[in-house]
Design a protein around this ligand. Structure first.
Ligand code: MUC
Ligand code: MG
Length: 378
């Protein structure tokens, strides 16, 4: 039996290419938690757990992800069968309640090692890819309409992205509608404009906002209401033609079931971290599919490791109707992978290597390491 021998965690701080303005925070850099898992046969797996804006976005921070792993999860996993991912997942959920991103980072490293030991890619272990590439959106979030339009023009000219997600909810609703309408007019039929409100609206704001944005040609509105307001989301889903997408509320299959039952979304943003790992994310996708809810591949603005892991899973799905937004590595000023993930012709391409399909560049990891790796030893 191959066992889990040693788990090392690191936090990497990498600046973003520009300020990324969300309703909850403005990001100037991203903090990635990297996991390296060593196994008794000498094999190695890597994982990444990444959140947004410290504790501004959700209940996990980079520091809490690392501490949950170092203090509770790594000691519980060390010595266990490295090839039994289901057992590891159940144990992780018992040892550390909540903490889905920490669970995901570790499960990712287990998948990487599991697949590499068999000389296979993770998507092969999951039953095989149905897509070699998926459409990839870009988020316009400079905080300035003119800069966003210039950015959209560049993305269209270089054929990198044609789907644009605008971060709104920081201005008042009328100001946001004017901002989005200006960008939608500039993009015209060369691309598609969607918005993410990140929970900032009241139901009354949302009634006005959904109608006005629908008229401006917006195709999808993401998490307009706070994550606890499932009833309000159901009213919007029922009341408007524009697609309503659930994001923050989806913290795994139990929430997915609650939202599906309430008819509180047309689309689910599937996030492997927020769901608690690839296995739980795949359960969230199954619930969506059974309920007739469309799929979208979401991101927590992760770097290459987690982005590759998400691609390994999303590539296996029959229909990712709304594409993906797996652009995280492109928001950072520097790369941590030996071979960057390929973005071209408006698509993100499935990495071709074994395991997650990507390898870390140790020099780059050392360059951005906040304080050198900590290790949980057997
Ligand atoms: C979110 O809420 O979806 C995804 C893209 C982006 O710019 O922010 C994230 C988080
Ligand atoms: Mg979102």
């Amino acid at each position: 039996m191959v066992t889990i021998d040693k788990i090392t965690t690191r936090i990497l701080d990498i600046p973003t290419i520009r300020g990324h303005v969300l309703s909850v925070t403005t990001m100037l850099s991203q903090a990635l938690v990297l996991v390296e898992m060593r196994f008794s046969d000498g094999s190695v797996g890597i994982g990444e757990g990444t959140t947004i804006g410290g504790l501004n976005y959700c209940a996990e921070s980079p520091e809490s992800i690392r501490s949950a792993i170092d203090t509770y999860l790594a000691p519980a996993l060390i010595g266990l069968d490295a090839d039994n991912l289901n057992a590891a997942r159940v144990l992780m959920e018992k040892v550390a309640k909540g903490n889905p991103i920490a669970h995901c980072a570790l499960e990712m490293a287990l998948w990487d090692g599991f697949a590499r030991r068999r000389d296979m890619a993770v998507h092969e272990m999951l039953g095989g890819a149905q897509h070699k590439a998926l459409p990839c959106a870009w988020t316009l979030a400079s905080g300035n309409s003119e800069m966003d339009i210039a950015e959209a023009e560049e993305m269209l000219a270089t054929r990198r992205h044609r789907i644009f997600k605008l971060k709104i909810g920081k201005r008042d609703v009328a100001g946001d509608v004017a901002h989005v309408a200006a960008i939608a007019r500039a993009v015209g039929d060369r691309g598609e404009v969607r918005v993410d409100v990140n929970q900032a609206w009241s139901l009354q704001d949302a009634r006005y906002g959904c109608r006005a944005l629908q008229e401006a040609g917006v195709t999808l509105i993401e998490q307009p209401l706070r994550m606890t307001d499932v009833e309000g989301m159901a009213k919007l889903t029922e009341g408007f033609e524009v697609a309503i997408m659930a994001d923050e509320v989806l913290q795994g299959p139990l929430d997915a079931m609650r939202v599906a039952r309430a008819g509180a979304a047309d689309v689910f943003a599937i996030k492997i971290g927020q769901s608690g790992g690839l296995l739980r994310a795949s359960e969230v996708m199954s619930i969506a599919q059974a309920a007739g809810i469309a799929l979208y591949g979401g991101t927590m603005l992760e770097a290459g490791v987690s982005t590759a892991a998400a691609m390994q899973l999303f590539s296996t799905v029959e229909q990712m109707r709304w594409g993906t937004e797996l652009f995280g590595p492109l928001l950072l000023t520097d790369e941590i992978l030996q071979t960057p993930i390929e973005y071209k012709d408006f698509m993100i391409h499935l990495p071709q290597g074994k395991g997650l399909g990507v390898d870390l560049d140790p020099e780059q990891v050392a360059k951005y390491d906040r304080d050198n790796g900590r290790t949980a030893l057997r």
